[in-house]
Design a protein. Structure first.
Lengths: 151, 151
DNA sequence: GGCCAGTCCTTAGTATACCTAACCACTGAG
DNA sequence: CTCAGTGGTTAGGTATACTAAGGACTGGCC
């Protein structure tokens, strides 16, 4: 199975490094995912936030902004959209009232699950058509790249 | 869902499908890449366009919009930014004057190469620290996912 | 007690990038 | 020459991000 290695062994080709491929693939996928989004629904960031909250429980705004790699002010806006749509709540932290704990409402949790499932239908279908080895490669790449993104 | 390969090392929960992991990794990487962007420079889309033009030669606006999976109107705006910055030209197609051929200027081509190299420094550094197998997995995943995104 | 630096969050203003809808400009068929 | 279809553009709106500026609270120090 050296067929793929011969294509891109990192840095052999002039400018087409592995990083370039990763970057363009990410851009393409991101736009593709966005185009799947039905109108009138939450954006990708807002939905991600909802999912994190659902999985990890209440988080402070700063924690969320670090999770998403965005500035706190940006996250505050995203949370605004969620709260004004009734999908999340802000609760002052009783121990440190500078902090605000953000949590999902029941509707928010439900929406997070439902929307993710719906949006992943197409992608999962495509992925399941791949060979187990290919799926494994993708799973591995995701884990690796997630780590890199968080570093 | 239960028929997934048992070596799935990612989430243990049933809802954490491979598609979910791909999606969240893509979102994370996208935001990470964006945060690397120095201010006053071109956005990701504009830069991608410049790179495609450099590699493939002149393209019509509709072709570009299909490449990027965006609406023609959106691409028109992105091209506007490029042309007003002097990095691309619009040329009416002599055979069909409804069409507009978009091409890079020399400055645009140069910028595309330079900026990509600069932006990929960090990512390539991270990637080269990985084992060859991991790099291979990522290269394979990129190829697979690029195909999926384009389908 | 009261002051003050630092932390956490918010609001305001700006920019990128995407969308739909509406609208020209041109082509090719009749 | 009219008209339907194609290719592009502009207008208006949304989502997301940033920086800058400020309010609210905490904890240490006088």
């Amino acid at each position: 199975m050296e067929t793929e290695t011969s294509r891109e062994p990192l840095g052999t080709t002039d400018e087409a490094s592995l990083g370039s491929h990763v970057r363009s693939a990410v851009g393409l996928l991101y736009r593709r995912f966005r185009s799947e989004r039905p109108e009138g629904t939450l954006g990708d960031t807002a939905l991600d936030v909802l999912t994190w909250l659902h999985k990890q429980g209440p988080r402070t705004l700063t924690q969320l902004s670090e999770d998403a790699h965005v500035a706190p002010a940006s996250m505050s806006q995203s949370v605004n959209r969620l709260t004004s749509a009734g999908y999340a709540n802000r609760t002052p932290d009783p121990n440190d009232r500078r902090k605000v704990l953000i949590s999902t409402t029941p509707e928010g949790a439900e929406l997070a699950i439902a929307t993710r499932a719906q949006r992943n239908t197409w992608l999962d279908g495509q992925l399941q058509a791949l060979s187990p080895e290919d799926q494994h490669a993708i799973a591995r790449a995701c884990a690796l790249l997630t780590t890199i993104a968080g570093s």
